[in-house]
Write a protein that binds this ligand. Structure first.
Ligand SMILES: Cc1cc2nc3c(=O)[nH]c(=O)nc-3n(C[C@H](O)[C@H](O)[C@H](O)COP(=O)(O)OP(=O)(O)OC[C@H]3O[C@@H](n4cnc5c(N)ncnc54)[C@H](O)[C@@H]3O)c2cc1C
Length: 466
């Protein structure tokens, strides 16, 4: 084992694997430790959004990932009479992220693409069968110790080790319980025969006695999720599965890929870091899967943290790392709160027929942190199609760029229209796609804040390591 690296990552789930790609792509030397001997083979997440696809674009994996994904039609909340209570249909056109708004995918395919992505980098070491059991930070660097007794030293450690995070425990952090706790049965089927009648939308059946969800997966995959009333049930037989599904499907049309019982929870870490040790993904927050945002939140975490860590390794003051939690925690909290509110809809129904409500996706701003917060600064910037193949983030993959009304680099009419509509002459876009600073049309300003210019110049100035 290589016994030192700049950054050590604990856990090779989607959060850790994305972080490793982001850091390695910026030339950082990374070691990633996974306690299992191979990637987790069973599906959990089935949905990600256009913002997350933008992160995959930044690590050069969008074609691998889109090739096994499906554009999502959206979600309908129905009552027992099949009347639609909430219609959250998703646009089938390319949206403001310059990707589709929402995708369906098979988590093992995504994880394979991310892990294959790691093989591109000489500056990354992957270790399977390597369970981290101890983490100690002396203020200058962090030592992790594996159950095998081997030790590894790095400047920073990021715990991407999931809901039961050992790193979180080891640094003495706790998850705040945000009040949602329900047991649900998740059944994944693979169709043997075409069943177009099941539909392409995800359907939430809002039934106080037996709420459930039908999910259209990629290819022949279909999922049913059902709330369990029996709190003692720990195992389910194939006969039970078919009995519960008999209203929709039988063994003649599908085979069971797996069934599992989960306790869906809502919680948030009180602190996301201690010294040089950080938490990301499920290690820092949990939410029920009703919006399909748990993994997405983890990808957003590492999109935020990765460029700040790189900037610090490149000489920027360490205090920037304090903005990781302050920016990310309120953002993920909005997703958790909305998910829990939707969970309440799924668990209830009104006797009187309600009008159908149209729902839109949310794009919460960052919490307080770098720069000002306004209806533009701290918000996610749109991404623009500059030509058939080029998107605006490609102008500076992994770094900052500015959008401005000038002849030359950005000639897109969409960029000009966006600047005009927001009354700005120039916008500085961060590597995670959020807007750091703008220069307004009316004010006679000299340019961006010098601190922001220094920060933007610190990325991505490194060469591949090794
Ligand atoms: C039924 C279900 C449906 C879901 N649907 C969606 C969805 O549609 N969209 C969405 O965005 N999210 C969804 N989620 C949530 C999503 O699956 C999780 O948020 C996501 O998998 C978390 O990724 P992670 O990398 O943070 O953690 P994990 O995927 O849990 O990965 C953590 C990794 O760390 C390893 N590890 C743990 N401890 C150690 C240690 N001490 N040393 C070394 N390695 C260690 C583990 O083996 C594991 O590989 C769903 C979840 C469930 C249960």
């Amino acid at each position: 084992m290589n016994n030192c690296s700049e950054i050590a990552i604990v856990g090779m789930g989607p959060t850790g694997a994305t972080l490793a790609n982001l850091l390695a792509n910026r030339g950082v030397s990374v070691s990633i430790f996974e306690k299992q001997n191979q990637p987790y083979a069973l599906p959990r997440a089935v949905h990600f959004d256009g913002e997350v696809m933008r992160v995959f674009q930044s690590i050069g994996l969008s074609s691998e990932i889109t090739s096994s994904s499906l554009v999502n039609k959206g979600m309908l909340f129905k009552d027992l009479k099949s009347h639609t209570l909430i219609d959250w249909s998703r646009s089938q056109d390319i949206g403001p992220m310059a990707w589709y708004e929402s995708y369906r995918f098979h988590q093992p395919d995504l994880e394979t693409a991310l892990l294959n992505g790691l093989k591109r980098f000489p500056n990354i070491q992957t270790y399977y069968d390597s369970e981290v059991q101890k983490v100690s930070d002396n203020g200058k660097n962090v030592t992790i110790e594996l159950t095998s007794g081997e030790k590894h030293i790095s400047q920073f450690v990021v715990g991407c080790d999931g809901a039961q995070s050992a790193v979180r425990e080891l640094i003495g952090e706790k998850l705040m319980d945000l009040g949602f706790k329900q047991r649900w049965l998740v059944i994944d089927l693979v169709l043997k025969n075409d069943r177009p009648d099941l539909g392409d939308h995800t359907v939430q059946i809002c039934d106080p006695d037996s709420p459930m969800t039908y999910v259209r997966g990629t290819g022949n995959r279909r999922r049913w999720e059902m709330r369990l009333k029996d709190h003692k049930l720990t195992k389910i037989t194939p006969n039970d599965v078919w009995e519960r599904l008999k209203k929709w499907i039988s063994p003649a049309d599908a085979k069971i890929e797996r069934s599992a019982i989960y306790t869906f929870k809502s919680s948030l870490a009180k602190k996301w870091s201690a010294g040089n040790i950080f938490l990301a993904g499920d290690a820092a927050h949990l939410m029920p899967p009703f919006m399909g945002q748990g993994m997405c939140a983890g990808i957003r975490d590492v999109a935020n943290l990765s460029w700040k860590l790189t900037a610090v390794l490149n000489g920027i003051n360490k205090s920037i790392l304090e903005t990781y939690e302050s920016e990310r925690s309120p953002n993920v909290r909005e997703f958790i709160d909305l998910t829990v509110r939707l969970g309440k809809v799924i668990n209830q129904t009104s006797k009187t027929q309600q009008e159908t409500t149209k729902m839109d996706s949310i794009w919460p701003s960052l919490g307080p942190g770098l720069g000002k917060r306004s209806n533009i600064e701290g918000q996610l910037a749109p991404q623009f199609l500059l030509s058939e193949l080029k998107k605006s983030d490609d102008m500076s993959p992994n770094g900052f760029y500015s959008l401005k009304k000038q002849k030359g680099r950005f000639t897109s009419t969409n960029v000009k229209a966006w600047l005009r509509n927001n009354n700005i002459a120039e916008a500085l876009i961060r590597p995670d796609g959020y807007i750091l600073e703008t220069i307004s049309e009316n004010e006679n300003e000299n340019g961006f804040n010098i601190k922001n210019i220094n920060l933007s110049q610190a990325l991505p100035a490194r060469k591949f390591f090794g």
